[in-house]
Design a protein around this ligand. Structure first.
Ligand SMILES: [Zn+2]
Length: 249
């Protein structure tokens, strides 16, 4: 096998492993169409897949796949005998078999299976779901399909969300830090600010003129005969020109 082919398959496997939790030994879910193509091109599935992946892989199928292949009879006899050799995974349709494609779709919902199939409709359907990994035969050569558009979109979206999440976390962290710093600064610079403005020390201040006059000349109170204290009426100073005018009258 050419190195570039291995690099390509390795890149795809790493992509699915890192983004969709595919793990070694990779589980390859094989259907009768894949077996039929392998038979036509006279290749050994197990040998080819192991060579192609260059890492451990577990080849398996389901009861539904076997039953469908058996029901198709003569044209698929060879493929049926091949598919029967693989380990049969429980699919949940025991006693109530469903078409192979339906069974495979349901199997890939909760588990990480690399689907080995030549069924175009099944492939199309799986490409629409993020995280589905496809293997097919191009003539006698196994090809691990590059991640579908849906898979790439999903990964990009998740990466974007992660970035956003990290940015929000960073901003929150910075805000928190800034907040802590601000309170620390205000505490150091003006710890009693919240108590309001401080009055000057009365002993250190010179008294205003007004205060002094009030002290030296206390308000004179006139006591009349009734004993009621009346405050002295403050005389209004009449300007000279007004006085002159009044005296003329
Ligand atoms: Zn099934």
């Amino acid at each position: 096998m050419k190195i570039s082919r291995f690099k390509k398959s390795h890149k795809t496997l790493v992509y699915f492993a890192s983004n969709f939790e595919y793990r070694e030994p990779y589980q390859v879910l094989i259907d009768a169409t894949f077996c039929q193509a392998a038979l036509q091109h006279q290749i050994g599935i197990e040998e080819q897949i192991r060579k192609y992946f260059q890492c451990p892989a577990k080849l398996l199928t389901t009861q539904c796949v076997i039953l469908e292949a058996e029901s198709l009879g003569a044209p698929l006899t060879g493929a049926t005998s091949i598919v029967k050799k693989f380990h049969v995974h429980k699919c949940g349709h025991e006693g109530k078999p469903v078409p192979a494609a339906e069974c495979i779709k349901s199997m890939t919902k909760d588990n990480r299976y690399i689907v080995a199939s030549q069924d175009r409709l099944l492939q199309e359907s799986l490409r629409k779901v993020p995280g589905r990994c496809l293997l097919y035969l191009h003539k006698a050569t196994p090809v691990l399909e590059a991640p579908s558009k849906a898979s790439r979109k999903w990964v990009q979206k998740r990466a974007k969300n992660l970035m956003l999440g990290k940015q929000v976390e960073k901003i929150d962290f910075m805000k928190e830090q800034q907040g802590l710093k601000n309170t620390e600064v205000t505490k150091k610079v003006n710890p009693k600010k919240s108590k309001g403005p401080k009055n000057p020390n009365p002993l250190s201040c010179k008294k205003s003129k007004k205060d002094r006059t009030q002290q030296t000349k206390p308000q004179i109170h006139k006591v009349d005969q009734t004993g009621i204290t009346k405050a002295k009426r403050k005389r209004k100073k009449i300007p000279a020109h007004v006085k002159a005018a009044l005296s003329k009258v």
